[in-house]
Write a protein that binds this ligand. Sequence first.
Ligand code: ADP
Ligand code: MG
Length: 696
Amino acid sequence: MSKVEEIYGSLVFNRITMQEYLPRGTYKELMTTIDDGEPINESLANVVAHAMKEWAIENGATHYTHWFQPLSGITSEKHDSFIDPVDDSHVIMRFSGKALIQGEPDASSFPSGGLRATFEARGYTAWDPTSYAFIKDEVLCIPTAFCSYNGEALDKKTPLLRSNKALKEQVQRALALFGEDVKHVMPTLGAEQEYFLISEEDYKKRLDLVLCGRTLFGYSPCKGQELEEHYFGAIRPTVSAFMKELNEELWKLGVPAMTKHNEVAPCQHELAPMFTNVNRAVDQNLITMELMRLIASRHGLVCLEEEKPFDHINGSGKHNNWSISADGKNLLDPGDDPIENLRFMVVLTCIVRAVDEYQDLLRMTTASAGNDHRLGGDEAPPSIISMFLGDELGRVVNAIIAGDDYHSNSNTKLDLGVDVLPNFDQDNTDRNRTSPFAFTGNKFEFRMPGSNQNLSDTNMVLNVAMADSLSKFADDLEGKTGDEFTAACKEWIRQTLTEHQRIIFNGDGYSEEWEEEAKRRGLSNLPNTAKALPAYVSDKAYALFDKFKVLNKEEVDCRYNVKLEKYCKIMNIECRTMKRMVRRDYLPAIEAYAAELAEEIASIEKVLGEGKAAGQRKRFEQIATGAEKIHELCDLLHVKHHEARDLEDAQEKADMYADIVIPIMKDLRAQVDELEIITDRKYWPCPTYNEILFYA
Ligand code: ADP
Ligand code: MG
């Protein structure tokens, strides 16, 4: 491998490259734009575009693209070359400021959820200078936002940027009360990415994996993850080669990939980057996911990014580690003097309020057809949101609520605003892995998002919900100073924590008792996408997004529609794939084996007399009865699938898929899986879990 320090960021137009390629004045002007969100003028853009092009060409680029995230959540690009023909045999390479700032992809081919009728197909992409341009496969990729000509957001990035701005304003207001005048406020995100790697050969033999990214059938493997030998175990050579190449490519793109290791399930792995500002972190996560798929293919592997590719073993999540940085200070770092501690308690209290108040909305952002199979599984948080604060901080919070004196381990009494809080970092050793939203020393880790998710929505909601709490704090406390402020602040913390304490839960989030307890507390439990999405279009959500100018009603509606539509489309694909596999692969295989068994029974009985092939007979009966049930269930699935498919109303359609179609799919799968383990393996049409998950 090349020297890491030399390759790191070599394909990114970052601050260092900018300094090298831009005139001093232009560089300074651009930094003001980036740091303070000042608009870009065309003459600045022209200079930047020229420098960017020179740099890109030197690094092998021939094309450029506006790189953006339409509402489907994946990234889109359309490559334009730099060439500008001057005569029949000559070209010069050009890139204008205009082409850098704004592009015009054909918006009609991207989902808009009804926001933009197709006849108004025009939409435009606008350069986001806060996320660096980079070179991928000889193409200069320019991160952009994607909007309609009326200015409505048609992408995932725009609302995230708006929510960053809203959060910044409210953090500034709140911190001003502590006498702090902060300039740069940015939420930070570290997105841990889990994924599976399987052999391409096996993958190609399974229509479900190829079309749905996950298996729709498969009996549990004889050995699962119970020996816990995979987690942190030695990494197999093919995987290791994949990881090395992935790291090198990511480092070139300035993605700070830090940790790579095996995960709990066989064939499951994780990559964790160093955290950075949320906008760049989301972009980097999307690049990471794309490179994972690409690089796997160079090693005879396939990277599965779906949340639950295999039943019976763990699924994959994308832990959303989130905090807020203000002038370089982490606001979730408790600090070590009393006033910092008080500020920390305010920030913490605001998060507790935000998560409780907007639990449905947060849950909604993690809802997808794939994640439905993961959430509530044995390894993943349930679909109920709760927060874990750790033992020590939990005790502090309880004491505040009860109005008691808090005694830390050293048994000194603690008075908020006067005394210093204990060190919560030490609590990390026994932190609760079952909590969906856990405080981990100096950040919160939201574990509900699935591996395949674009994290923009989740962080957009976190930001704006937090902005709402901070704005309430500022509204309530503005005008108070000195001791009066400290006293009022303590009282605000106590009251708010008391109002929202139901969201705090330190026990086992996977247990059934918790479901009961959560219900008693009035926490919501939205078990699937169809039930979770309506939170988006609730009055409360409209009001929140509108108050902070993050999304207007039309923009919210269109997002809800796109999510519903996507869910229904995936369900339709899965139903069709399932039926196809049953009819063309599984039933013919099972019936061929049944025919062979029947012949065998006949010939044995011919020689040895009736009743002599008892074992074969029993097996034949199992197979014949099983096959009959499969026929029935497949017919039933067909009828209900079509009923759902033909419903007009998208919400009704989604509900029918979730409530009626999915249970039939589960029954059908169970029936096929039953026969998988008694059918002669030479008949079985595709690789089983044993083979896929335990390849050499
Ligand atoms: P794990 O959850 O596997 O124990 P770590 O606690 O080491 O992992 O960190 C997980 C992720 O959290 C990493 O991506 C890390 O960069 C990120 N992280 C650490 N501090 C912050 C922060 N202040 N804001 C956002 N993310 C952070
Ligand atoms: Mg984690």
